[in-house]
Design a protein around this ligand. Structure first.
Ligand code: B4P
Length: 197
């Protein structure tokens, strides 16, 4: 099972990837989570990317592509994986294709959520983090979300087009409840596995 979850920032990729991975027992490869862990640990990589992430920009293709290539070659990814937040550019998609070699993608699922709803979700997540007494994500505010959306429109929208004729590609209404979105993705995976394996 090799799934790519796509969608704009705040569309629920992380939320859904966690649920699907728990259900299927496969690793959740989130480039955002991996990079945030590097920032938190104060590694050289974390120090190099912290400002880019806080400003809503994209980390370099070479950096994220190398991280993903190492993870998908690892033993824990041999049964499959869910990629969340990668690829975000055509160059990353080409690097992934190379890293996968003969291994086909089971499905590429795009979560569709209108921009007004994204602002509301990010505001809620920031409020919840503060309410729980924890730190709020450096990029969870309206001004930075606007920049993340700009990066999404400029770089990532074309990745959807890239996959439409290269892999089983599906769009899912990301405005539905988290439970309904998960159910729809699982249904897609079941059909895709039967049709394309
Ligand atoms: P990411 O960590 O990938 O963050 P994201 O796209 O903003 O969020 P996601 O879509 O996962 O939202 P979530 O489920 O949490 O990236 C952060 C940064 O890392 C990037 O800006 C970039 O700098 C860097 N980066 C990462 N990958 C990179 C790459 N490949 N190349 C270059 N740079 C890279 O959901 C958001 C909120 O909505 C949550 O609060 C959740 O509770 C709520 N929600 C989710 N589903 C819902 C639903 N169905 N209904 C109502 N609310 C819902």
């Amino acid at each position: 099972m090799r799934l790519i979850l796509m969608g704009p920032p705040g569309s629920g990729k992380g939320t859904q990837a966690k649920r699907i991975c728990e259900k299927l027992g496969i690793p959740h490869l989130s480039t955002g989570d991996i990079l945030r862990a590097e920032v938190k640990a104060g590694t050289p990589l974390g120090s190099a990317v912290a400002a880019i992430m806080a400003a809503g920009g994209l980390v370099s293709d070479d950096t994220v592509s190398a991280i993903v290539a190492t993870r998908i070659a690892g033993p824990e990814a041999q049964r499959g994986f869910v990629l969340d937040g990668f690829p975000r550019t055509i160059s990353q998609a080409a690097a992934l294709e190379q890293a996968l070699g003969e291994q086909a993608l089971t499905a590429v699922v795009e979560l569709v959520v209108p921009e007004e709803a994204l602002f509301e979700r990010i505001r809620r997540r920031a409020d919840e983090a503060v309410g729980a007494g924890g730190p709020q994500r450096a990029d969870d505010n309206a001004a930075t979300l606007e920049l993340r959306l700009r990066a999404y429109r400029a770089e990532t929208l074309s990745v959807s087009e890239f996959y439409k004729d290269r892999a089983p590609y599906f769009q899912v209404d990301g405005l539905a409840s988290p439970e309904d979105v998960t159910a729809r993705i699982l249904e897609i995976l079941k059909t895709a596995e039967m049709e394309y394996s």
